[in-house]
Design a protein around this ligand. Structure first.
Ligand code: PLP
Length: 436
């Protein structure tokens, strides 16, 4: 360790070595990193930081730098941890989840004239690539109970031009994948699972993100676990594509495993379903790899804490029949509880969710604002889609968004905060029922 030698520049004992890494970090830099990751102020904090600095200077004097900062052993270890956790043979760690989607879309050869079925409720990232290349997005209506893509509506919306179906495990609640996989197989369509919220969720004994032809998980800072703020893991069930995925991460080269002897000929395109495509660069850093590996090990405990919080909210909300609780799943369906899906029955609550959302806001209860009908986002409208026409084909989505649901946070909350949130919801709904 610590030698500036790798297969790219075989500089071991040469008289004129080529440093294979940029400028190293020193003790003072590391202190900036520590005080960034562990923030604070006041004399006690300053003294503790100063004591750490003294020790780090000593460590700096007797240690060597890692020699490798980009995609290498730590990234491989993170991937191994994910493989073990997910039960996959290979997985590819990338800069983000959206990059994983892009590789899957490119494998499918998505272009103008093709159709891609996405759920009516998701985040822009799910469909950014087909939108960007001018393919036609077709919006499947949602199951009103889970907000996930409804397989029956997918069946209605398949045409000879459909190239891909993209189920999204919203809030970490597994999509009913069996009928979707069946439809896809019958119609020669690829399935890309958007598992951004689903790391650790299970569907019929399998981890989500290991069932479709492709999947990607997100480790952006707002997800259940993170790799220093950004990162994604992509998986595939296309035979042989696991290695290609690693090459698709970095310009057609699989850094880390194969010595690259002849750069003129070893930089090759990536095989796609119908024709090859050229890879771009989505390499994560070793620090991100280390961060992911550490957090994967905590994932089950995190899901358990979230599950307990959801269970608590459910137990409190059970007293008011106007509140429809988070579905906790069963032996076949194990969610990650990324979000708490709070719904109301407007006919029993004396009003719709818009009123409740406002009341919760007034009581300082944070709700996650960005899951709504994706076909109403300006970027979709400006690309030429008629939102009102699409809305007519997604009645459940319109109903649940305007009248029924909001999302509550579940993690990192004290018992006091959880109680406050439960009280606020119960009080607000009671006010609505009393016509206030
Ligand atoms: C966060 C998110 C993504 C994108 O993940 P990145 O890692 O930020 O690219 C995709 N889909 C959904 C539903 C998300 O919430």
């Amino acid at each position: 360790m610590g030698k500036s030698t790798d297969f790219r520049y075989n500089t071991g004992a040469t008289k004129v070595p080529w440093a294979a890494v940029g400028e190293n970090y020193n003790a003072a830099d590391l202190m900036e990193v520590i005080s960034f990751l562990m923030q604070g102020d006041g004399p006690e904090y300053d003294a503790a930081l100063e004591a750490v600095y003294e020790q780090i200077k000593k460590l700096d004097a007797i240690s060597t730098p890692p020699g490798k900062l980009t995609t290498d052993k730590q990234v491989a270890l993170a991937e191994e941890a994910c493989n073990e956790y997910l039960g996959t043979e290979t997985s590819t760690f990338l800069t983000n989840c959206t990059a994983g989607f892009e590789i899957a879309y490119k494998y499918a050869g998505i272009k103008e004239g093709d159709e891609v079925i996405v759920p009516a409720i998701t985040f822009v990232a799910t469909m950014a690539y087909p939108l960007a290349v001018g393919a036609k997005l077709v919006f499947a209506d949602v199951n009103p109970r889970t907000l996930n893509m409804d397989p029956e509506d997918v069946a209605r919306k398949i045409t000879p031009k459909t190239k891909m179906i993209v189920p999204v495990h919203i809030g970490g609640y597994p999509v009913d994948l069996e009928p979707i996989m069946k439809l896809a197989k019958e119609n020669n369509i690829l399935v890309l699972e958007d598992a951004a919220h689903g790391f650790g969720a299970e569907y019929k004994g399998k981890k989500v993100g290991t069932i479709g032809d492709f999947a990607a998980f997100s480790f952006h800072e707002v997800k259940n676990i993170t790799s220093f703020g950004e990162g994604g893991i992509a998986t595939t069930n296309i035979p042989g594509f696991g290695d290609d995925m690693k090459r698709a991460r970095f310009l057609g080269l699989n850094f880390g495993t194969e010595p690259i002897k002849d750069w003129l000929y070893n930089v090759t395109p990536i095989p796609g379903k119908e024709k090859p495509f050229v890879a771009l660069n989505y390499s994560p850093t070793e620090i991100q790899g280390l961060g992911l590996k550490l957090q994967v090990a905590r994932n089950d405990a995190i899901i358990e804490e979230r599950r307990k919080a959801a269970e608590y909210l459910n137990s409190r909300f059970a007293e008011n029949p106007a509140i429809i609780c988070q579905d906790m799943g069963n032996d076949d369906i194990k969610p990650t509880f990324h979000l708490y899906l709070l719904q109301i029955d407007p006919s029993l609550a004396g009003g719709d969710i818009q009123i409740l959302k406002k009341k919760l806001e007034e009581k300082s209860v944070t709700q996650i604002p960005h899951f709504g009908p994706i076909y109403r986002f300006k970027v979709v409208q400006d690309m030429g889609y008629d939102s009102d026409e699409i809305a007519k084909t997604c009645p459940n989505c319109e109903e649940v968004f305007h009248k029924r649901f909001t999302h509550l946070p579940l993690y990192g909350l004290s018992q006091e905060q959880l109680e406050y949130m439960a009280d606020a919801v119960l009080e607000s709904v009671a006010e609505m029922q009393a016509g206030k």
